[in-house]
Design a protein around this ligand. Sequence first.
Ligand code: NAP
Length: 300
Amino acid sequence: MEIGFIGLGRMGKNMVLRLLKDNHRVVVWNRSPEPVKEVEKKGAVPSSDIEDLVNKLQSKPKIIWIMLPAGDVTDKMIKKVALILQHGDIIIDGGNSNFRDSIEHYKELKQKNIEFMDIGVSGGLKGAEVGYCMMVGGNKSIYKKMQPLFKSLCIKEGFAYIGKNGSGHYIKMIHNAIEYGMMQAIAEGFDLLANGHYKDLKLDEIADVWSHGSIITSFLMDMTASALKKDDKLSYLKPYVDDSGEGRWAAKEAIDQAVPFLVNTFAVQSRFASREKNSFAYRMLAAIRNEFGGHPIKKK
Ligand SMILES: NC(=O)c1ccc[n+]([C@@H]2O[C@H](COP(=O)([O-])OP(=O)(O)OC[C@H]3O[C@@H](n4cnc5c(N)ncnc54)[C@H](OP(=O)(O)O)[C@@H]3O)[C@@H](O)[C@H]2O)c1
């Protein structure tokens, strides 16, 4: 097949390389030129700007995959591409966009007779090698026509049509919320191992053995083992955990729907707590405990 690809970051570049390996024609654009040069060497067609990218696509309908940071950057790019595309052409947003934004994009593009597909992509850096997992929202007949692309991009049986517009990103949001909870559980388990009854446990070896046949075997456990092998004290890191939105959106959605969502909500809050260098709340907590029970406090 033929596809235009915008955004050659950690995800986009590897996805393009997988498409090229299966001989799809891929026309690419990226803000900085280096990744374009890199994929050009593997057979991608470079373009100088978005108009050039669209013009270099020869088949109809034209398909453009956008793989950019969610929010403003993706929103502006969708609008820019839509100005150049024609009736029947297809825009895909493969980033971690908020499903409500995707519903809006679908409605806006519908007025111009441009199709919009929202695709949740999972697999991270490992996906480059083994293939990704994709959750597709939008028009089912387009999903069916795009099967050759999904087969090249994804692990065997690792893609599915989810439902109408927005649902691909909705499912990805909940996938990431589950991921937040699993990561929190792993992190706390290793904290107890590191600071519990048995001192000097070999954490990397424990993660490694858990990665072989245990019930908690997972990509996340593999990655835990890999990080601990590099430095089992993680001493090079500050205890600061970022988030990119999906956990917050899922927690809000659970409140809106009155669905209990304890683990993800706690995990998101825990990430916020990790960023408080001089938290008033924790100082307040220590002070109250000291007041009511004379519990010891640590002074600056
Ligand atoms: N990383 C993951 O594990 C993962 C997994 C699933 C989905 N996603 C989602 O996939 C999308 C891309 O993620 P990524 O990890 O590939 O991100 P990334 O490595 O940070 O790459 C971001 C890409 O966006 C481009 N970009 C950033 N700001 C831009 C702007 N203002 N105008 C034009 N281009 C801009 C960058 O161009 P330059 O090269 O010029 O900086 C780069 O190509 C995000 O929505 C992310 O949430 C990520």
